[in-house]
Design a protein around this ligand. Structure first.
Ligand SMILES: NC(=O)c1ccc[n+]([C@@H]2O[C@H](COP(=O)([O-])OP(=O)(O)OC[C@H]3O[C@@H](n4cnc5c(N)ncnc54)[C@H](OP(=O)(O)O)[C@@H]3O)[C@@H](O)[C@H]2O)c1
Length: 276
C-alpha cells in the first residue's frame, strides 16, 4: 500500500527536477523564436520607420531578456539603456548605456529626446528596499520615467506591472502596482501597454528565499499549466516587442492590459519558453 504515495512522490519529484533543470524551457524544436509572418512584416515596416527606444530596468531579469531580444532583432535605429549603474553588455550596434539618477530624472530629460518608444522594467522588493524604497522604485520612478519621456516626445510606453495590480488593494505590492498603472495611464501615451505577468521564470542572479520556496511548491502547476501562473522572462520581453511594432491606429490614447495568459499569447513563443 505504501507503494502508491512513494510512486506519486517520485513522479512529483521527477516533474520538479525536469522543471528546475530545464532553464526556462523545452527543446529548441518546440519553440517559435522567429516571429510569425504578420509580426515579421510589422517588424520590417517598423524598422524602416527608424524608431528609437529607451529601456529602464535593463539590468533586471525581464530587462536583460528584452535587451537580448532588441540586440538580436535590431528593429530600432537607437536604443538607450538608462540605469543607476554601468554593466558589462554583449549587445549589437546602436545600443548604448547611460547612468541616471531616478530621484532627479528631470535633469536627464535631454537623454529622452528623440526616443519615441519606452520600455519600463523597473522594480524592487520590499525585502530589499523597505516599504518606502519599494514604493519609490515601483511607483515614483515609474511615473517619473513616464512623465519625463512623454514630455520629450515618447509615443509608446510598455510597462511591466504584475498580476494582482489594484489601486484599491490593502496589500502594499498590489496597491503600488495599481497606482503606477493608474498614474501612467493618465499621462496619455498614444499607446500604453501594461503587462501583468505572474511568476517570472528565469535564472535569477539574486537569491530570493521566499521566491525559491514558492517556486518549488508551485513547480508542478507551472509545469502542467504553463500559462496559468508563470511566464518565462523571454516571453514577456517578446510580447513587449510584438506590441510595439504593430501599427499605431485610431485616434486618442490606446491602453491595453496583458494578463499572464495574454502575455504568453502575445509573445508567440512556446509557453514553457525556449532553450537559448
Ligand atoms: N519576480 C516576479 O516573479 C515578478 C512577477 C510579476 C511582476 N514582476 C515585476 O516585474 C518587474 C521586473 O521584474 P524583474 O524580476 O525583471 O526585476 P529585477 O530583476 O528585480 O530588476 C529590477 C530592475 O529595476 C532596477 N532598480 C531596482 N531598484 C532601483 C533603484 N533604486 N534605482 C534604480 N533602478 C532600480 C534594477 O536595477 P539594479 O540592477 O541596478 O538593481 C533592475 O534593473 C518588476 O516591476 C516586478 O515587480 C515580478
Amino acid at each position: 500500500m505504501r507503494a502508491v504515495p512513494v510512486a506519486a512522490l517520485a513522479v512529483l519529484l521527477g516533474i520538479l527536477l525536469v522543471w528546475i533543470n530545464s532553464d526556462t524551457g523545452d527543446s529548441q524544436a518546440q519553440c517559435r523564436m522567429a516571429p510569425d509572418g504578420e509580426t515579421e512584416r510589422d517588424m520590417a515596416r517598423f524598422k524602416a520607420e527608424n524608431h528609437s527606444a529607451f529601456v529602464v530596468g535593463y539590468t533586471g531579469e525581464i530587462g536583460k531578456a528584452l535587451v537580448r531580444d532588441l540586440s538580436k532583432l535590431q528593429i530600432f535605429k537607437r536604443v538607450v539603456l538608462m540605469g543607476r549603474r554601468q554593466v558589462e553588455l554583449d549587445v549589437g550596434p546602436g545600443i548604448e548605456q547611460k547612468i541616471v539618477n531616478f530621484d532627479k530624472l528631470d535633469e536627464h530629460a535631454d537623454l529622452f529626446t528623440g526616443l519615441d518608444v519606452g520600455f519600463c522594467c523597473l522594480g524592487t522588493t520590499r525585502g530589499k528596499a523597505g516599504k518606502e524604497g519599494f514604493v519609490k522604485v515601483d511607483r515614483d520612478y515609474v511615473l517619473a520615467t513616464a512623465r519625463v519621456s512623454k514630455a520629450q516626445g515618447c509615443r509608446q510606453f510598455g510597462l511591466i506591472s504584475s498580476t494582482g495590480a489594484d489601486v484599491n488593494s490593502f496589500m502594499l505590492y498590489s496597491k503600488t502596482k495599481g497606482e503606477a498603472e493608474a498614474g501612467v495611464t493618465q499621462i496619455g501615451f498614444e499607446r500604453l501597454s501594461i503587462y501583468r505577468p505572474g511568476a517570472l521564470l528565469c535564472k535569477r542572479e539574486e537569491f530570493r528565499l521566499g521566491e525559491r520556496i514558492l517556486y518549488v511548491l508551485l513547480a508542478p502547476v507551472f509545469y502542467l499549466f504553463p500559462t496559468s501562473l508563470s511566464i518565462p522572462v523571454e516571453s514577456v520581453a517578446r510580447a513587449m516587442v510584438n506590441h510595439v511594432v504593430a501599427p499605431l491606429g485610431g485616434s486618442g490614447p490606446q491602453t491595453s492590459i496583458y494578463f499572464n495568459k495574454e502575455t504568453h499569447e502575445a509573445s508567440g513563443l512556446h509557453p514553457r519558453g525556449c532553450a537559448k
